[in-house]
Every structure is written in C-alpha cells, then in structure tokens.
Design a binder for this molecule. Structure first.
Ligand SMILES: NC(=O)c1ccc[n+]([C@@H]2O[C@H](COP(=O)([O-])OP(=O)(O)OC[C@H]3O[C@@H](n4cnc5c(N)ncnc54)[C@H](O)[C@@H]3O)[C@@H](O)[C@H]2O)c1
Length: 340
C-alpha cells in the first residue's frame, strides 16, 4: 500500500480530460452530497495563525470513514513577491487505520471548489433568469468563479472590475475562447454592478474594506462574497448586510471570519446545509437581496479530495509517494533507515 500523490500538473490533466464545466459540475455534486450529510460530519472551525502579512490555516473534516485536512494561506501582498495570494495542499486519510491515502495539491483545487460552492449556493438563492454577473476583484479565483456560474447557472454576461486593470485584461484574455460567454471590462464598481443579477466580490485586502456599499446593490441581487474570510478582512459595507438574507457555511466559523463579523452575534443567518436540504429558503422574494457569506469550510475540501480520489481510481493520474515507509515487519521501523 502506498500514498497516492496528485500534483498541480496531474490535477490539470484530470480537469482537461473532462473539460472544466463537467469537472465543476461533478465537484459541485460531491459538495452538495456532503452538505446533505451534514450531521454525519465532525465539524470544527479552522485553526488560523495570523501575522501582519497574512494567515496560515489548517482545515480538518471527517465523517468517520475518511478524514481530510487542508493547509492553506492567505497573503494579499504575495503578488508583489511573485507568489500567489492563496496556496494549499491537503491529505485524505482512511479513518479505520489512519493511513494517508492521498496527498494532493490544493491551490487549483481550492479555486475549483470555491467556485463550485459559490455556484451551488447561488443556484438556491438567485432570482429565476439571472444571467448577468458583476465580478469585483479579478485575481486568481476569478476565472474559476466565472466558469462555475457559466456552467451551473447559465450566466453568460460578466462585467469585470479590478483596481488593477491588468488583472481584468488577463481575465478577459483567459476566457476569450469560451463559447457563449461575454466578459466586458468595467470602469468602476458602479459600472460593473449596474443592473447585474449577481455580484461576486473576490478582492484580497487585509482590512475592513467596503468594496460594495448599499446604494450600489441592485434590488433583488444575489451577492456572492468570497474575499472577506478572516477577522478584520471584509468586503461589504455593514449596511449591505442589513435586511439581506444571509447564508453561511458553518456558522461558528463565519461569525468570526465572514462579513457577518460586522454584525451583532444574534443577527439571524441560515445554513447552506439547510438551504440545500430545503429546510430553509434561499430567497424570500424577487426584491430581496441575498448574500452567500463564503469563507470556505473544511467539508468542501473533504468533498474535493474525495472527488479527485474517485476520479483518479477510475482514470489514474496520480503517482505513488513513499510518504509512509513500507515495512515487511510493521514494528521494525528501524529497518526503513537502511543502515543495517
Ligand atoms: N471563500 C473562500 O472559500 C475563498 C477561497 C479562496 C480565496 N478566497 C479569498 O478570495 C480573495 C481573492 O483571492 P485570489 O486568490 O483571487 O486573490 P488575488 O490576490 O489573486 O486577487 C485579488 C484581486 O483583488 C483586487 N483588488 C484588491 N482590492 C480591490 C478593490 N478594492 N476593488 C477591486 N479589486 C480589488 C486585486 O487587484 C487582485 O487582482 C482573497 O481575499 C482570498 O482570501 C476565499
């Protein structure tokens, strides 16, 4: 028995083999299935280590059969150093023995699972017929967000805005070949959000930013807020949150990390698991503003690792990794040093 390893190149092959839309739809299906098994999971907020430059987090989840954890960082200043803001890897292990079955890159996988989760939540929250999305923050996550909304909700018009115009140009160039999708540059947040059905905020800034203010939000819009995901790091002006229907992944974590850290702790929110199970409603009326206050929850990483492990069993792209020494006598660990 050996641990399997899926690196960035292998994950890229897995995605290209299926095509991004099919990969995202399959991934969203796994995330949905696991949210519908909510009570089967041991859930805990992630363990975060904050420093002035960013955060490093460990995210565990288990259903008693498989155990997953992800290491992930968030360093908004990294681009200036030639590094991504978000980098990640993770492990999927067998609970019965503790054996690490899979070690995987999760920088790409996090972008894919975040986008799939956003589109999954939106599919239960947007007004019928939503086709236009404003995208504020056109960094590493942005193509993935667009492609998930295109594949899963039929969103076909994007108005993209970033304080760095080069980011918007890259996004448009990367998605130029996608059939049935128009990505247009916007000159400002106001220009991007005008008349949009969905507003996605995906900015990176380690402060309480107000990327969106109340008067900029069109009546009945759905806000997919993914960039506010740490204490002291938010994107929405608190007024945007008032009177909106707010859906969260795991309330104890989102109260500390999400947009709702700006609200009193008793302001009601609904759980994504309840919305997906139709125990709670994702939208009350066409005029209501709905918000998915996404911070990223360990269950989604568990689902993503479970998904690629299953894909890899069917059509292998992984390679073996000698993460655990192979021993003829499991108690003769010393022999693995090869000294005698
Ligand atoms: N919720 C989740 O599950 C989840 C998952 C991954 C990343 N994230 C978060 O999403 C955010 C984006 O991640 P990324 O990897 O794309 O980061 P990135 O650094 O690659 O991109 C961020 C972009 O935001 C732009 N920006 C910053 N301030 C802005 C503003 N006020 N208005 C418009 N644009 C602005 C930057 O110029 C940059 O292009 C980060 O905050 C990250 O922590 C959340």
């Amino acid at each position: 028995m050996q641990t399997r390893y899926i690196g960035s190149a292998a994950l890229g092959r897995m995605v290209r083999r299926r095509g991004i839309p099919e990969f995202l739809r399959g991934l969203a299906g796994y995330i949905r299935d696991d949210y519908l098994r909510w009570d089967a999971f041991e859930k805990t907020p992630r363990l975060a280590s904050h420093t002035p430059s960013g955060v490093i987090e460990l995210m565990p989840a288990t259903d008693g059969r498989l155990y997953a954890f992800k290491y992930v960082n968030g360093h908004p200043g990294n681009a200036a150093l030639g590094l991504p803001t978000v980098m990640a890897f993770g492990v999927l292990a067998d609970v019965a023995t503790g054996y690490p079955l899979l070690l995987s890159e999760m920088t790409l996988l996090t972008a894919l699972r975040t986008a799939a989760t956003s589109a999954l939540a939106a599919s239960a929250m947007v007004r019928a017929g939503a086709r236009t999305m404003a995208l504020i923050g056109n960094g590493a996550q942005s193509e993935f967000q667009v492609l998930a909304f295109h594949a899963m909700l039929g969103v076909d018009q994007i108005r993209a805005y970033d304080v760095d115009v080069r980011a918007t140009h890259r996004l448009i160039a990367n998605l130029a070949g996608v059939a049935g999708l128009r990505v247009l540059p916007a000159a400002s947040v106001e220009d991007a959000v005008r008349g949009a059905d969905i507003l996605t905020t995906a900015t990176a800034d380690k402060r309480r930013a107000a990327v969106l203010v109340r008067q900029q939000v069109p009546t009945g819009a759905h806000i997919n807020a993914i960039g506010g995901d740490c204490p002291g790091k938010t994107e929405l002006d608190p007024d945007v949150l008032r009177d909106a229907r707010i859906i969260v992944e795991f309330e104890p974590q989102t109260r500390v990390e999400g947009e709702i850290q700006q609200l009193a702790p008793d302001v009601p929110v609904a759980a994504l698991s309840d919305v997906l199970a139709q125990r709670a409603s994702g939208r009350g009326s066409d005029a209501e503003i709905t918000i998915f206050d996404s911070v990223g929850f360990a269950l989604e990483d568990y689902s993503a690792l479970r998904y690629i492990a299953d894909l890899d069993r069917a059509e292998p792209e992984s390679r073996e990794l000698d993460l655990v020494p192979e021993l003829r006598d499991p108690r003769n660990l010393y022999a693995a040093l090869g000294v005698g």
